[in-house]
Design a protein around this ligand. Sequence first.
Ligand code: ADP
Ligand code: MG
Length: 698
Amino acid sequence: MGTVSDYFGCLVFDDRVMKASLSAEVYQSLRKTIDQGAKLDLSVANVVAAAMKDWAVAHGATHYTHWFQPLTGITAEKHDSFISPAPDGGVIMDFSGKELIKGEPDASSFPSGGLRATFEARGYTAWDPTSYAFIKGQTLCVPTAFCSYGGEALDKKTPLLRSMEALNRQAMRILKLFGNDDVKCVRTSVGPEQEYFLITRELYEKRKDLVYTGRTLFGAKAPKGQEMDDHYFGVIKPRVAAYMADLNEELWKLGILAKTEHNEVAPAQHELAPIYTTTNVATDHNQLTMEIMQKVAAKHGLVCLLHEKPFAGVNGSGKHNNWSIATDTGVNLLSPGETPYENAQFLLFLCAVIKAVDDYQDLLRLSVATAGNDHRLGANEAPPAVVSIFLGDELSAILSAIEEDRPYEGTRKTTMKLGVDVLPRFARDTTDRNRTSPFAFTGNKFEFRMLGSSNSIACANMMLNAAVAESLRIYADRLENARDFETTLHEMIKKTIKDHKRILFNGNGYDDAWIREAVEVRGLSNYPTTPDCMPHLLDEKNVKMLTSHKVFSEAELHSRCEIMLENYCKTVIIEANTMVDMARKQILPAVEGYCSELAGTIAAKRAAAADISCGYESGLLRKLSVLTDQIAICTDELEAGVMEVSACTDTIRESEKIRDEILGKMASLRAVADEAETQTAEKYWPFPTYGALLYSVR
Ligand code: ADP
Ligand code: MG
């Protein structure tokens, strides 16, 4: 490989390739489709498809696929070869505009949450020209949206694109009012920071829980965890460094701007951050990144764990969704401006986000809800399950001053005299950092930190975009009819601060006192688990907002709620079954093996001398016998619980039973099994310990 700039994006049909391989006319027309969503002529599509195919074939591709993101959370692809029979008995490589624009995979094995019952089994995929096609292996991948024949979204990209459009529509109304006539469209950008664990493949394969569920279901704490804080930003071990170098190369070839990498808090934990880009492209890239992370790990004899909580007792993995809104002219609308007018505009967009996050806390919470992420949120590491916004001291002080009609006396800067004199001007403040806040303003963007490491970022962003679009709609409705623009603007900003300041919190989000205050004094919602929050997707206010902005239809919302809860239930049940299997077939036999050695020792000692003390052996034998009884009982109870839950026919009820009964039974079984681990000779333990796993990569 040459230098990075030589191979960056070499597997992407990007602007450079388009320009080089298409006529000026076709290129312009395609650009219009990409930038403004203009409809693409079939004749143009044919030319684009042919150019794409020639380029792909020249890069070794033999197949193409419509690459999409069904509700399984991972990506899907069905490969078709370019091969087409030629009259002379040979083949030609063929790819038509029609094949580029639309595909028809069988939708029936993807989750549809009941949409299939009402609509046709078949679905179709539709090209998303805003995300470049790329080559993976020998396949040209065309990013697409996935819908049923009734037009109902069966994927994550469709509602995401709709939410971006909704935000664009409303933001444009606001920008017009501020006189930004040169702006043609507004887009949201995201830079997702991805956390992950690396362990050796050899040890991974010895643990059924990791293989079946992606996380350890048993395991006593290692003598050393993350207490020394010596891993965070620490020196990267050679094997990890080699992995990261290889990973970067693969990502760069795909045009993914992997930028920073470092060790995270827990041993064996790392992070990768890309340079931010348009939300739907960032979403595609993040899905690809997760896939490539795992592929590259396999090449290095490693396994990349993307589960939110692979190990108890050390930090889990999240994904920080850095989000901002920008115009096509390059103005970041969440960046404080230089002029009074820009500042007023900034404050309005800021208020739109504050209002959105407060009004739709439940949607943000449920957009990141999975069985895996439930282990993080609410524990002492990730942001809590309560949603709140961190603004930092200076911005908070400014908002208070506005709310109370006082002049703002900056702590470090002097007050400025302004054109719109009620709105203070202030300097950008990026110094405050609060790692415990679920939703933090970081100078020119918001960082939504509740996402789990394996989550698609599509869900969080569609809710965020839609909720902010709704705030902006309300503002635009009022401002467009205002007799006095500036007074109305000022009153609206003031009212938003007054009505929504309960969501603003600069303190420690991990503190129990905060959770109490949030819930009891401020009336914020606290949904610790997926079954707690997911049904709120169908709350009237949420359905009304999401359907009015055409992000979802009502039928789609019902189907999504069903799928997410089903997914929760299946995930936990697989974990429970894995625990039963491991307890019966591995843990109990192992402990029994050690017990029988102890019994043998006692017998041998006693045979040697009748009066010999066997205090240690018999004490331990007694202890382990009690533990084996308890493990056996807990295993039976867990198994019985699973049987009972499977009889449930209603998904909401089933998820609640799992939350209330199965999780507790799993915890009980784990507690006694982990206790037995600490008492059992190492050579008997049937799978690698936490110590071995967490320190396996050197
Ligand atoms: P920090 O260290 O303050 O968290 P970084 O500059 O390292 O910030 O950025 C973290 C992530 O945020 C990166 O993925 C980066 O590309 C992304 N980011 C930076 N600016 C923006 C923006 N305006 N919109 C969206 N994401 C952004
Ligand atoms: Mg960050």
